[in-house]
Design a protein around this ligand. Structure first.
Ligand code: ZN
Ligand code: ZN
Length: 470
């Protein structure tokens, strides 16, 4: 049995693991690389005979796990893509949006080329895939429920368990029959932080022969939720009431946006915001994702279910929330000079409408940007978090005078203690544990921690290298 870590090895994005036995070969996740060098990496990611794959198992809808599915299908993969039903609904929104972004960015690159600019990546004039390919890939989705046994192949059994990360996110338990024995692999997917305001806690798993665990925050502890909320309240009150500016919150349209709506509404209800902000959710995808969240509200924790029902009934939401859809509506937000909280994607500021809002708001010192999610190396979001005084947006240099807040405690990812807590549920050490989905130093540090505290055999897999297991 072999496993090859095609992405998310020594980095956070591009989750894609190839599992092969003498009977089957399949992918766990098919994610896009994001950040520095990602254009070339994505174009080169599936340059092998993918038509031989039997099926794909998908942990959740985030683009760094799902974003290359349309490319996979366009390169000849015609098997089933198994994932939870909520993830299927989210993918419909996300993959189409991703396709639009690919098409737009390629158009932009061609435009720049026409103007005689030299492009950093010659590949960027061709979209990775378009809307047609995204639609094709959606037809291959096969929705499953949590906690039921799925048999994608006579020698493979899979169970999806709630990972508590975003709606529909799953930990995968995979049993593989090979050479007369059954081996169990557990893929953590992205794990949520226990006590997260909307999601259930990640499901504990007790046994595995091989564990593949994420390590996004394997080197850090999140601040307690109370302290985090206090920071958020201060940032909002300082910006809106003292400095009378606007607040930008870059957020994944799926998950993070719904979290923020929930948290902001709760703060307003508790009377902790001095002035009542106007909230704009500037992303058609976020609107659609919020609708999907409402549809699957049974998967959320109790408190959140209540809030979502209120939102659905469209009354009693403690704050005025405007979902903008058209470009005109989006542009109209530019005329709001203060008192607004603008939530827009992408979460790492690399694409989407957030870039327009950054261009309009970064130079004014009364404004603030509040970062509530992870910013990968090489992304615009990371540059801003790291204190860049000027950034390049749409070919212009924009000075950064707006105040920046990084609020770590709201993460949809488990911190080091929570990751260790989840691993601690395994009753005996697996044969091997692979640490993935973390920046190189973080993943190494976390692997050392697992080895020293749990006495497991741990490895930081090399990208693209085949590991023979069992
Ligand atoms: Zn994720
Ligand atoms: Zn991820």
């Amino acid at each position: 049995m072999n496993i090859t870590f095609l992405g998310a090895a020594g980095e956070v994005t591009g989750s894609r693991f190839l599992v092969e036995t003498e009977h089957v070969s399949f992918l766990v996740d098919c994610g896009m690389f994001q950040g520095l060098g990602s254009t070339e990496k994505n174009h080169a990611a599936l340059e092998w005979d993918v038509s031989k794959l039997d099926f794909v198992l998908l942990t959740h809808a985030h683009i760094d796990h799902s974003g290359l599915l349309p490319l996979l299908v366009s390169r000849g993969f015609d098997g089933a893509i198994y994932t939870t039903r909520a993830t299927c609904d989210l993918l419909e929104v996300m993959l189409l949006d991703s396709a639009h972004i690919q098409e737009k960015e390629a158009e932009w690159a061609r435009e720049r080329e026409r103007r005689g600019e030299t492009l950093r990546h010659p590949d960027s004039v061709n979209p990775l895939y378009g809307v047609a390919e995204a639609r094709d890939s959606l037809r291959q989705l096969h929705g499953v429920g949590y906690d039921v046994e799925v048999r994608p192949h006579p020698t493979v059994k899979v169970c999806y368990r709630d990972a508590g990360h975003i709606l529909g996110s799953a930990i995968l338990e995979v049993w593989l029959e090979t050479e007369g024995v059954t081996r169990k692999l557990v893929f953590s997917g992205d794990l949520g932080q226990p006590g997260h305001p909307l999601m259930n806690d990640p499901t504990p798993i007790e046994q595995a022969d091989y564990v593949i665990v994420e390590s996004t925050y394997g080197n850090r502890l999140h601040k307690p939720l109370e302290e985090t909320t206090e920071e958020l309240v201060e940032a909002i009150n300082d910006t809106l009431s003292q400095r009378r500016g606007n607040i930008l919150i870059p957020a994944f349209a799926v998950g993070r946006t719904q979290d923020m709506l929930f948290i902001l509404s709760e703060l307003a209800q508790e009377g902790r915001l001095i002035s009542k902000p106007r909230i704009f959710v500037d992303s058609p995808m976020a609107k659609a994702a919020t609708e999907v969240t409402l549809k699957h509200h049974r998967l959320l924790d109790e408190e959140a279910r209540h809030f979502m029902r209120e939102l659905q009934a469209n009354h009693h939401t403690p704050l005025p929330i405007t979902f903008t859809e058209t470009v005109e509506d989006s542009k109209a937000i530019n005329r709001v000079s203060g008192g607004a909280i603008i939530i827009a994607a992408s979460g790492m500021c690399d694409a989407g409408r957030i870039k327009h809002h950054l261009r309009n708001n970064l130079a004014r010192e009364e404004n603030s940007i509040i970062f509530v999610g992870f910013q990968a190396r090489g992304t615009l979001g990371r540059k801003l978090v790291d204190g860049a005084t000027e950034v390049r947006l749409f070919g212009e240099d924009v000075p950064v005078r707006a105040r920046r807040y990084t609020i770590g405690g709201l993460s949809a990812h488990a911190d080091q203690a929570a990751l260790m807590g989840w691993l601690g549920h395994f009753k005996k050490p697996p044969r091997k544990c692979f640490v993935v989905h973390g920046e190189e130093e973080t993943a190494k540090l976390f692997a050392d921690k697992i080895h020293s505290e749990l006495d497991w055999e741990v490895l930081n897999p090399e990208a693209g290298k085949l590991y023979t297991i069992a």
